[in-house]
Design a protein around this ligand. Structure first.
Ligand code: PMP
Length: 434
């Protein structure tokens, strides 16, 4: 392993201003109390010359790493020529360029025809618009979402989120959503897609016909549960059969994270509505989209509004991202290979300690069976210069969300640290139990 300065040895970050002034709601910062000053590629640097490999990547909003030179240059050029920064939903050159690139590089080659709705800039805004549209189109109220699903923190999206701690923050009843069991929720022998079909087919089951079925193909926050293609296809058929719209929330699993630009590519179904955000801008700038089949475009002008639907800086970097990474198959092929390498390494570590692996593509992790162990491991990793987080109902899954642009040697370096931390902590546990 190459030498990574150990941040804990020298880091006496003064965090007083944050503790004094910033709300207690802050979360990531508590596990990583350093003052970060710059970042490039997969590396982040703090104010005390600590260097960290970033296996969190802004929670998958930095799939192309920090400050990628292509996107950075495109943005600098645009600002230099006084390009529009904020344009509400006005027609701008930057928006036209983005739509043209999205149409020709992403939609047409995949034979997809979606209207593009620019929502407010975060993922939850895109989900909110999606469920609102589904209710408007179908004139139904109920949304079917799934156990361990995560869709955002505004009321509509929060109602669709499984985690009780998050939902309890709402302060009001969260209605008109049922949380059905996700693929594998009752183990491999119970087909929960058949269960949903059965419940919707039986008019005495108590389950009303929903406006939409909303799902992540790989549950990002809920423990990296990857639905099988067969299960997803069945759910898509069920949605169609019962007049519900299928919404795929691709906010975390999309933008190349699980191989294709969309997570559902090649699976044999086409969602009616897709939500996207996180790595869409390619540079961490806030940007979200709700995509839907043209027949669903029944909004009246301004009916779903928002000031920040015209982040033209994000359009510029998103366009650069599409042209640079998605114009041919090369990037996808490389990401696939990196995902296979990641999978093999995690399998090996998991096998050694009797743990299991989760996930798909470059969205994978190890279920260590306990949130306490997982947080000890991630804290130790941070001390050794690796930023990595947990996921799952009990935070029991250590989740690798490295930038997709990571090299194999950088990946190996981070996984070596992770392996060492698991060895430190889990060998102690084994010894203590003996
Ligand atoms: N959907 C999914 C699948 C997500 O992972 C997230 C964020 N983790 C959201 C929605 C909400 O996005 P945001 O935090 O940008 O509102």
């Amino acid at each position: 392993m190459s030498k990574i300065p150990n941040p804990s040895q020298k880091n006496q970050t003064n965090t007083a201003i944050f503790e004094r002034r910033e709300s207690k709601v802050r979360s990531y910062a508590r596990a990583m109390p350093r003052k970060f000053i710059k970042a490039q590629g997969v590396w982040m640097h703090d104010s005390n010359n600590g260097h960290y490999l970033d296996f969190l990547a802004g929670c998958a909003s930095l799939n192309y790493g920090h400050n990628h030179p292509v996107m950075k240059q495109a943005l600098l050029d645009y600002i230099e020529k006084d390009g529009i920064a904020q344009g509400l939903d006005l027609y701008t050159e930057a928006k036209a360029d983005f739509l043209n690139a999205f149409e020709s590089i992403i939609l047409k080659p995949r034979n997809l025809d979606y209207r593009v709705m620019f929502t407010g800039p975060t993922g939850t805004n895109a989900v909110e618009a999606a469920i609102k549209l589904a209710r408007k189109v179908t004139k139904r109220e109920l949304i079917v979402s799934f156990t361990n699903g995560y869709h955002g923190m505004t009321l509509g999206a929060l109602a669709c989120t499984g985690n009780a701690t998050k939902r309890n923050g709402a302060g009001v009843p969260l209605n008109n959503v049922v949380h059905e069991p996700f693929d594998g929720y009752f183990g491999a022998d119970v087909d929960t897609a058949d269960m949903l079909e059965q419940r919707l087919s039986d008019h005495s089951s108590g389950l009303d016909k929903p406006a939409a079925i909303l799902l992540e193909t790989v549950q990002g926050e809920g423990g990296l549960n990857a639905a099988s293609t067969e299960w997803l296809r069945k759910i898509a058929e069920t949605a169609k059969r019962h007049g519900a719209l299928l919404i795929v929330d691709d906010i975390q699993a999309g933008c190349g994270r699980t191989n294709g630009f969309f997570s559902f590519e090649g699976m044999g179904f086409t969602p009616d509505i897709v939500t996207m955000s996180k790595s869409l801008s390619g540079m961490g700038l806030p940007f979200a989209l709700t995509l839907f089949k043209p027949s669903l475009d029944i909004w009246s002008p301004g009916e779903h509004n928002g000031t920040f639907r015209g982040n033209n800086h994000a359009f510029v970097t998103a366009t650069a991202t599409l042209k640079h990474f998605w114009a041919d198959d090369q990037f996808q092929t490389e990401v696939y290979k990196r995902g296979e390498y990641l999978s093999a390494r995690l399998e090996k570590i998991a096998d050694k300690y009797g743990f299991s692996t989760r996930g798909k593509g470059m969205m994978r992790g190890i279920d260590v069976g306990s949130g306490d162990i997982a947080s000890e491991v991630t804290a130790d990793a941070f001390d050794k210069g690796l930023i990595i987080e947990t996921s799952g109902a009990f935070d029991e899954v250590i989740k690798v969300l490295a930038p997709l642009t990571i090299t194999e040697s950088e990946m190996a370096k981070g996984l070596d640290i992770l392996e060492q931390c698991i060895r430190n902590i889990c060998s102690e546990d084994v010894d203590a139990a003996a």
